[in-house]
Design a protein around this ligand. Structure first.
Ligand code: CMP
Length: 136
């Protein structure tokens, strides 16, 4: 079952020079990059992307962080791409992420966890539309 997912290398990942490492893992896994862009989000786009977290206590921090510098947004395509990328990324909390995963290898703090990947087909469709309107 081929599907698409929206992946971000967040500003911490870009600043730390981890874009190449993330792309290498994605390509090695066999997922296909079908769109990719370096951009800095404005607050409105960030709030739209993270709308499901609007009521969380860390929402302000999340928006400040994701708009703090350039990120790399990409659409990946492949067999069960959503779950495949989330497995590559590891647990949201990097302390719990298994070594060998992106977060397990590169992060410690939950707010600065290097990558984002859509968590469901509905989220993927919504997030892809925010980052790449009219492309798919
Ligand atoms: P992400 O997959 O981008 O989706 C929502 C993000 O919120 C998540 O990764 C974390 O980076 C962030 N997040 C989750 N919990 C917290 C928290 N307690 N404090 C700060 N950020 C958080």
């Amino acid at each position: 079952m081929s599907e698409r997912t929206l992946v971000l290398v967040k500003p911490d990942g870009v600043k730390r020079g981890l874009v190449g490492d993330v792309l290498a893992r994605v390509e090695r896994k066999g997922l296909t990059i079908v769109a990719m862009e370096l951009r800095t989000l404005d607050a409105d786009t960030a709030k739209a992307h993270y709308a499901e977290h609007a009521e969380k206590p860390f929402f302000g921090e999340l928006v400040d962080f994701i708009t703090s510098g350039p990120l790399v947004a990409m659409v990946l395509e492949g067999h069960r791409a959503i779950e495949a990328f989330r497995t590559l990324a590891g647990a949201t909390d990097p302390v719990k992420a298994t070594p060998g995963t992106i977060r397990g290898d590169h992060a410690l703090q939950i707010g600065e966890n290097v990558v984002h990947g859509s968590d469901s087909p509905e989220s993927a469709a919504r997030e892809i539309k925010i980052f790449f309107p009219d492309r798919f």
